[in-house]
Design a protein around this ligand. Structure first.
Ligand code: PLP
Length: 399
């Protein structure tokens, strides 16, 4: 039986093994493991790639979000608006600081926060909005930024799944292509190993154009100290290590080619699924790359770090279909040796730890529906054509 994992990191590793080993040997020879020149070098490269000015390497994507909230001094009595359809960290960091996450439902076609529903949830306590660019496609940043500007709120982009994803702004910015993370006051990336740009352990980065905040973030990640042993703020140990920076620096130049392969795989799924007739019958809904036409080559690009002429309207961190028979399909594909995943089975407003926030069934109906119907299929760059055909044929067999 053919095996198709959800993600195959060993296949990627084989293609860059020698460069990686050489880079790791460099770190071992230097014996400089925490922060230092390799991290500083990566910070510059990621900031340029994202179209931002400053990069601050941190210990994870979760800590990237946390440290931005800390830099804004968000805490007890404050509210932060975000999506209930994301990885837990997006909301967990708000609660950890004693602030209250306020969940605003998503759009059904993009799975991203619905800008139409944000304003009604803003109160005098609201301090920030954390939109998530879920699965690798940007949230509707023009509208989110406009609301934030009118209400004087800080926007922290959770771009953990969306490094390199592009958004063509039409309204509140000049009509330009912007990269995920460069539009809000802060952008947060995760280098968790399964991310499109993944390290060999945990890692993350904040990007920002604000020099004062960049400096504050650097201080916060070393327990709030500057100079050493003199603490201006209470920070934490949020440092990125040199091994991660070395690995990520090797991988970054390949990222655009990997993204292009993910997009090819996604386009092929779109065609194949359409031809099965299951889409027309309403049994499968493929993802909707809504910025596809907007992000065109004719638009000027805001960031000089953009390395390839290809457009990154959606970087397909995940290729997520919706189907009313999700659990049955997942089980069937699993029996066929095909890895899939449900992102996410329980929306955040229903998590046990947020029980006290008092959300009832139907509070965020689109997220609740997505939790019942969404299924991620393998879309990683090294996925072979015969594997993809096997996935689609198995889906047809199931139905
Ligand atoms: C949307 C989102 N936000 C935040 C995170 C947290 O990143 P990390 O796992 O690096 O802490 C993740 C990663 O899993 C994520 O997918």
């Amino acid at each position: 039986m053919m095996k198709v994992p959800l993600l195959d990191l060993t296949a990627q590793y084989q293609t860059i093994k020698e460069e990686i080993i050489e880079a790791l040997e460099g770190v071992l020879e230097e014996q400089h493991f925490i922060l230092g020149p390799k991290v500083a070098d990566l910070e510059e490269k990621i900031a340029a790639y994202a179209g931002s000015t400053y990069g601050i390497g941190v210990s994870s994507g979760s800590d990237a979000l946390l440290v931005c909230l800390m830099a804004e001094e968000i805490g007890p009595g404050d509210e932060v608006i975000t999506t209930p359809y994301s990885f837990f960290a997006t909301a967990g960091v708000i609660s950890r600081l004693g602030a209250k996450p306020v969940f605003v439902d998503i759009e059904s076609d993009t799975y991203n926060i619905d800008p139409d529903l944000i304003e009604e949830r803003i109160t005098p306590k609201t301090r920030a909005i954390i939109p998530v660019h879920l699965y690798g496609q940007c949230a509707d940043m023009d509208r989110i930024l406009e609301i934030a500007r009118q209400k004087d709120l800080t926007v922290i982009e959770d771009a953990a799944q969306a490094i390199g994803a592009e958004y063509a702004s039409k309204i509140s910015m000049p009509s330009k292509i912007h990269r995920a993370g460069s539009m809000g006051k802060y952008g947060c990336f995760s280098f968790f190993p399964t991310k499109n740009l993944g390290g060999f352990g945990d890692g993350g980065m904040v990007v920002t154009d604000d020099p004062e905040r960049a400096e504050k973030l650097k201080i916060l990640r070393v327990h709030g100290s500057k100079p050493k042993y003199y603490h201006t703020f209470v920070g934490g140990n949020f440092r990125l290590d040199a091994i991660q920076a070395a690995v990520l620096s090797v991988k970054l130049p390949y990222l655009d080619a990997w993204t292009a392969k993910r997009q090819d795989n996604a386009a092929r799924y779109d065609r194949m699924l359409q031809s099965t007739g299951l889409v027309d019958k309403g049994l499968i809904r493929p993802p909707k790359p809504i910025w596809k036409d907007a992000v065109s080559e004719e638009n000027p690009v805001s960031n000089p770090g953009r390395q390839s002429p290809a457009t990154h309207y959606h970087i397909y961190h995940q290729y997520v279909i919706a189907t009313p028979r999700r659990d049955e399909l997942k089980a069937y594909l699993s029996d066929k040796g095909i890895g899939t995943e449900v992102y996410y089975p329980v929306p955040l407003h229903f998590q046990e730890c947020f029980k006290d926030l008092g959300y009832k069934q139907g509070a965020c109906p689109v997220s609740e529906e997505a939790a019942r119907t969404s299924l991620a299929l393998p879309v990683y760059p090294e996925l072979a054509l015969d594997q993809q055909e096997y996935v689609v044929n198995s889906i047809v067999e199931c139905f």
